[in-house]
Design a protein. Structure first.
Length: 508
């Protein structure tokens, strides 16, 4: 399988580069910028991409590159900061010209060398930079420019090195994917043979190698990620896998029964159902800080898995459906922590189980393709994501039985109406949030002082960015009136109209 490695210099959207490469059916992974060159060489990549990054090559804390990377004789594409680093390291000039470029910019292609083969001479591209390359290193040709960047693209096919100042990975660069394809299928000589079937084969082989003859447990939530991870592991090791479904009391109305039914009807994987509502709610009593909630829930999950593992011939491995987006939001060494996803940043330090996470390098839509190929029914493949910490991170402030009941009833109504309107699958997520405030209302001539419910519905491709969904007014009206009339304790409904960024999808 051809592999292209993306070195992460800390740009917000570095992972998008790897994703675009995978969309071209070439396997790609994001790795830290300072991964030792010997380790990179051992992976035998067909190509290397240097991502953008927030720094200037002249900053004191600028992330640098080992020049030995350029000796590997592997084609390299530098994007934005990656290009500047390439130019700076190989003897070109990078200057703070005072002419920054942000957003859509006209790009003039002077010559078709490799990156712009068969592409228009006049294009728009998306720029985001302050420094510019003002002189390319020896052996490079300048093949495109913009009004403020004389060296917007530089290429040296002889050395197998290419640099581009704008961002081909973002959708605002219309020919960006073509530029990436030209790099992959031109200089790198990649074959587009990374398919869903090959992901499954690779994962199954990797799982077998990792777990050997051991027994394995899988934390199953009923969502597409953990179900897909479970099926991959089942394919690899059969009955040595036991799934564990923990009902932490933070699920939606009727959810536990539905998950168990769906799993038992479709699969033959042994399933243990752990009732742990009181255990979780006791530990959450009085807790209002979102990160504390997340850590408590993450830890409690693991303690339960450890207890169950001890009962099962000492299972040593825990399968989780962790996705790449969970990893990045929880913070990596080079990316800031936004929130601790329960299955990544929320894990206790002293856990006794080794993790098996076959989906850790891929995004939700890629996981859905794998799920469909593995025969997961449509209703599970297209289930909207539901976070592991459940309703606890949709109840602002303390989680109590009473507040859970209110949120569950309101959420049930929203789900019912969204499905009735035929919008369930179009929306990435639709759910209700219960804030920690109350407001005054009037019902049947009486004053009320009760909670509002907030409706949150978003569209998204991979949860890294999201837009608030333009729900039809009629639907909003029905949901609002039903929630206020049918859910005791609620006297107002509001709509969240924020996108991500700057907001996040969940409220906590
Ligand atoms: P945010 O709120 O960070 O959410 O925009 C991005 C996506 O991740 C889901 N999410 C989680 N999923 N464990 C999970 O399994 C978690 O701790 C967690 N936190 C957020 C969220 O529902 C959205 O789809």
């Amino acid at each position: 399988m051809d592999t292209v490695l993306v070195l992460d210099f800390g740009a917000q959207y570095s992972q998008l580069i790897a994703r675009r490469v995978r969309e071209c059916r070439v396997y790609s992974e994001l790795i830290p910028y300072d991964t030792p060159v010997a380790e990179i060489a051992a992976r035998e990549p067909k190509g290397i991409i240097l991502s953008g990054g927030p720094a200037s090559v002249y900053a004191d804390d600028a992330l640098s590159i080992d020049p030995a990377l350029f000796e590997l004789k592997v084609p390299i594409l530098g994007i934005c900061y990656g290009m500047q680093l390439m130019a700076h390291t190989l003897g070109g000039t990078v200057t703070r010209t005072g002419k920054s470029e942000f957003g859509k910019t006209a790009l003039n292609v002077a010559k078709e060398v490799a990156l712009f083969n068969d592409l228009p001479r006049e294009q728009t591209c998306w720029m985001s930079h302050r420094d510019s390359v003002t002189a390319a290193p020896d052996g490079f040709e300048v093949t495109a420019s913009t009004a403020s960047s004389p060296v917007a693209v530089m290429e040296s096919p002889e050395q197998g090195m290419f640099g581009i100042q704008c961002h081909p990975e973002v959708v605002h660069t219309p020919f960006g994917t073509d530029v990436i394809k030209n790099f992959l299928f031109g200089p790198c000589g990649c074959q587009p043979d990374w398919t869903v079937v090959s992901i499954i084969e690779e994962s199954v082989a990797a799982i077998r190698e990792k777990v050997g003859d051991e027994h394995v447990i899988c934390g199953l939530s009923g969502g597409v990620d953990s179900s897909t991870a479970a099926l991959l592991v089942y394919r690899a090791i059969g009955e040595r896998l036991t799934c564990i479904f923990v009902d932490h009391g933070l699920l939606r109305k009727n959810e536990a029964e539905q998950v168990i039914d769906a799993f038992e009807n479709h699969f033959h994987v042994p399933l243990i159902h752990v009732q742990a509502e009181e255990r979780f709610l006791t530990r959450l009593a009085g807790i209002t800080d979102p990160e504390r909630k997340r850590k408590i829930i993450g830890e409690e999950f693991i303690r339960i898995f450890e207890e169950e593992a001890r009962k099962l011939e000492g299972a040593r491995f825990l399968v989780q459906g962790t996705l790449y987006s969970d990893v990045i939001e929880s913070g990596t060494r080079d990316a800031a922590k936004i929130k601790s996803h329960h299955n990544v940043g929320g894990l206790p330090e002293d856990m006794n189980l080794d993790l098996v996470e076959p989906l850790r390098n891929i995004f939700k839509d890629e996981a859905r393709n794998v799920a469909a190929e593995l025969g997961l029914p449509d209703a599970m493949v297209w289930r909207q994501p539901f976070p592991g910490p459940g309703l606890a991170i949709r109840i602002i402030g303390e989680v109590t039985h009473e507040r859970l009941e209110i949120l569950r009833d309101a959420d049930f109504i929203l789900q019912e109406e969204v499905r009735r309107a035929g919008l369930y699958r179009e929306l990435w997520q639709s759910f209700c949030v219960l804030p920690a405030i109350r407001s005054v209302g009037v019902m049947g001539d009486e004053r009320t002082y009760a909670y509002p419910i907030i409706i949150r519905a978003v569209t998204s491709e991979d949860a890294m960015t999201a837009d608030w969904a333009r729900l039809p007014y009629d639907l909003l009206e029905t949901v609002s009136s039903r929630i206020i009339n049918e859910v005791p304790g609620v006297n107002r409904v509001a709509l969240d109209i924020s996108s991500k960024p700057p907001s996040t999808i969940e409220w906590e």
